[in-house]
Design a protein around this ligand. Structure first.
Ligand code: NDP
Ligand code: 8X3
Length: 266
């Protein structure tokens, strides 16, 4: 039987835009209770309001910087308070979506910048680890709990200028696989959802606010939308509790492979 998200607690990192914001609305539409984190709190507030309108039982926001262990711990301490019911019992966290991350720059290694490398590894890799470590004690055993890590086609295939981003997402995939082994027997499900080209703020961030360059990435292509990924995340989390969707690579039809993208010219 489909796993119901009604009144279940769902934690989404990077919920201020793109996949994370769309996931908040989509899990909200399933009647979930949401814990939303990112650095841009005003954006989170707007997403929380949209999620409540979509049907979320509750939606709470808090500043979260996954590059800082203290920030992750403060976020989780506050989350724990929200999970407390009227009797003082801490309710379970059923779904964790490790989504915060992204790419910074598209420079070849010979011209790479320390700050970009460090940010990519801090968010996509260490951030995911920190949040998972902090969230695990709140997740129930044998009750359909799910951890979904957002990987990428880039974690499976390298491309020029993507060395560190591809490496970070390859690390995400291996961490997901190791975690699934470590949690075998607990009933906690562990998935990697690995999108291809999707139009979000991803390229705007990668190109440091250069909107024209970001737009060019999707020129003539029908990319995935944030909603496409959000629907997929809901599907993964709502499989019956004995079903684990291990890894899911999802690309636009126009992207047959990382270097094979069909672009319409007219
Ligand atoms: P967006 O740039 O739209 O969203 C990224 C989110 O991550 C934002 O909410 C941002 O919030 C958050 N974030 C970034 N750094 C931090 C941080 N230090 N602490 C907390 N939150 C942070 O891009 P997407 O929605 O596309 O990206 C979401 C995930 O999907 C990323 O992991 C990305 O690598 C991955 N991905 C994207 C693809 C694409 O083509 N778009 C394809 C495959 C994977 P804030 O800035 O407010 O902190
Ligand atoms: C984002 C997809 O191909 O730009 O993870 O690296 S790609």
């Amino acid at each position: 039987m489909k796993f119901s998200l009604q009144n279940k607690w769902v934690l989404i990192t990077g919920a201020s835009s793109g996949f994370g914001a769309a996931a908040a609305r989509a899990f909200g539409a399933e009647g979930a209770r949401l814990l939303l984190g990112a650095r841009r709190v005003e954006r989170l507030e707007a997403v929380a309001a949209e999620s409540r309108s979509a049907g979320a039982a509750e939606a709470h926001v808090q500043f979260l910087d996954v590059t800082q262990t203290a920030s992750v711990e403060a976020f989780m301490a506050r989350a724990r308070e929200k999970l407390r019911d009227a009797q003082g019992n801490v309710q379970n966290l059923h779904v964790l979506i490790n989504n915060a991350g992204g790419a910074h720059g598209l420079d070849p290694v010979a011209e790479g910048r320390d700050a970009d490398w460090e940010t990519m590894l801090q968010t996509n890799v260490l951030g995911l680890l920190r949040v998972t470590r902090a969230a695990l004690p709140l997740m129930p055993r044998d009750a359909g709990a799910t951890i979904i890590n957002i990987g990428s086609i880039a974690g499976r295939t390298a491309y020029e200028g993507g060395a560190v981003y591809c490496g970070a997402k390859a690390a995400e995939l291996q961490i997901t696989r190791a975690l699934r082994l470590e949690l075998c027997g607990t009933g906690i499900r562990v998935s990697s959802v690995d999108p291809g080209m999707a139009e979000t703020e991803f390229s705007l961030v990668r190109f440091k606010g250069d909107a024209a360059r970001a737009k060019q990435v999707y020129a003539g292509v029908h990319p995935l939308s944030a909603e496409d990924i959000a629907e997929t995340l809901v599907w993964v989390a709502t499989r019956p509790p004995h079903v684990n969707v291990d890894e899911l690579l999802i690309k636009p039809v126009d992207q047959a492979a990382i270097h094979k993208v069909h672009r319409r010219t007219s």
